[in-house]
Design a protein around this ligand. Structure first.
Ligand code: F0G
Length: 456
């Protein structure tokens, strides 16, 4: 070995090996044309076996670890007082420091219970950007969901280290003009999913908390992707480079009076969620409501084994090697398409890459759903499923016309992503031929899940 130059290997690899595999199923273009027609050009209506690479969502689609699968066997299925509940409670206490935790079957169940207890008609709930189910659950109570992203977030091409945060002065103005009594709580979504998977800085969390504290309004985190947000803080915000992701996450939660959480994201679970609060009275009312629809407060609509998987996942997600790989691999997809001319929301987010469909397809107006048109074309061309986040999902409240490519955790390898890159570049090369869509059938809310379309 004498004389050899020893350099560290720098390639960032998937920090896991594969023990169990699921085959993928190839389809022909002609078959996909037929499936699209049968599905009314709505990818939610296509059978998963006819999808090659599924980037519809990073939610509930994670690969669980050997430790999580092993923990399932430990699940205590007692109706009341299950050991698994206490195991999860200890994990959540350690992470959030919040006094009360009730399990729910997923994030939106926590949202529904929270807003049913907290909101009255005419109230408003500000956020950096509400996710679609959050917005729908607020509006279902007769309250208003208000998004207060920073003005710079309107420019998809602006490369800010923290682009997901809340406009603090707009929050102060809103509370003063509407009256603090009209604002039962303020939310911060970390990371900001509908705003491009962009992170929120610790400084912004602290500043929002200060405004809330001044007006005596509780601050809630929509904490679905708290660990990815913590990683961005570690990488980009001064003073955190040598903190562990866990310590950063604990500090994020220290500003919160409560949180909603979907364990289908940053807990690697296939189902589950929880709702936390420091308020004893609210916790009691939430538990009462929980029993009505979800189940007894020590299982909340989940099996004991699910509680175990979440408890293990909450620790695994904060692993430094995992988070480095996660954020780097999302960026890999983003850079490889953006640097060859596909406009994405810059910079790449944590769990997904968002193509700016309005910019890519300027010949398709928002009323003809450019994001959905692109989703349809990507499926037709390569069997890849993605999701529109734009006028179809949010109606007039949409700020952008985006196509989201969400990356399931620990599921796809680099060659899968290389295939996705190649397919997107090919679609981009023929983008002028993509046509818009018209709705022919839609439900009264959350229409993107089930609407049917006609190609124009
Ligand atoms: N909040 C955010 C920021 C979310 O991204 C989601 C779900 C929820 C709440 C609701 O959680 O699905 O467990 O009921 N987002 C998924 C997605 C569905 O594809 O982005 P849930």
């Amino acid at each position: 070995m004498s004389g050899a130059i020893i350099l560290p290997v720098r390639t960032i690899i998937e920090p896991f090996r594969i023990k169990s595999v699921e085959p993928l199923h190839h389809t022909t273009t002609a078959e996909r044309e037929r499936y699209l027609e049968q599905a009314g050009y709505n990818l939610f209506r296509i059978d998963a076996r006819n999808i090659l690479i599924d980037l519809l969502t990073d939610s509930g689609t994670s690969a669980m670890s050997t430790e999580q699968w092993a923990a399932l066997m430990r699940g205590d299925e007692s109706y009341a007082g299950s050991e698994s509940f206490f195991r999860l409670k200890r994990a959540v206490d350690d992470l959030t420091g919040l006094r009360h935790m009730i399990p729910t079957h997923q994030g939106r169940a926590a949202e529904r219970i929270l807003f049913t207890v907290a909101c009255k008609p005419g109230n408003l709930v500000p956020s950096n950007t509400h996710f679609d189910t959050t917005r729908a659950n607020i509006e279902f109570t007769g309250a208003r969901a208000v998004d207060l992203p920073i003005p710079e977030a309107a420019d998809t091409q602006a490369r800010l280290d923290f682009k997901g945060y809340m406009d603090v002065s707009a929050l102060g103005d809103l509370i003063r003009s509407e009256g603090a009594a009209q604002v039962p709580l303020v939310m911060l979504t970390v990371t900001n999913n509908s705003g491009g998977g962009q992170p929120v800085s610790m400084a912004n969390i602290a500043a929002v908390k200060e405004v809330c504290a001044y007006h005596n309004i509780p601050l809630y985190l929509d904490a679905c992707r708290f660990a990815e947000n913590a990683w961005f803080i570690r990488e980009r915000e001064t003073g955190y480079a040598d903190w562990t992701p866990k310590r950063i996450a604990q500090k994020m939660f220290s500003y919160a009076d409560g949180c909603t959480f979907s364990a289908k994201k940053d807990a690697f679970a296939n189902i589950g969620g929880f709702l936390c609060t420091n308020d004893d009275r609210i916790a009691q009312r939430e538990s009462d409501l929980l029993i009505l629809t979800e189940g007894f407060p020590t299982y909340g609509g989940l099996a004991g084994r699910d509680l175990e998987a979440i408890a293990v996942g909450l620790e695994e997600i904060l692993d430094i090697d995992y988070l480095r790989y996660r954020i780097v691999s999302t960026g890999y997809l983003g850079r490889h398409i953006a640097d060859r001319g596909v406009p994405i929301v810059e910079p790449p987010g944590g769990h997904a890459i968002y193509i700016d469909a309005a910019r890519m397809l300027p010949h398709i107006p928002p009323q003809q759903f450019p994001g959905q048109a692109l989703a349809v074309e990507l499926y037709r061309h390569a069997g890849i499923r993605s999701v529109e986040i734009g006028t179809l999902m949010f109606g007039a409240a949409a700020r952008h016309e985006l196509l989201r490519l969400a990356i399931p955790r620990r599921v796809y390898t680099q060659s899968h992503i290389d295939y996705v890159v190649e397919a997107i570049l090919e679609v981009n090369a023929c983008k002028d031929r993509i046509r818009g869509l018209e709705i022919v059938e839609e439900p009264p809310f959350l229409r993107h899940f089930s609407a049917r379309f006609r190609q124009l």
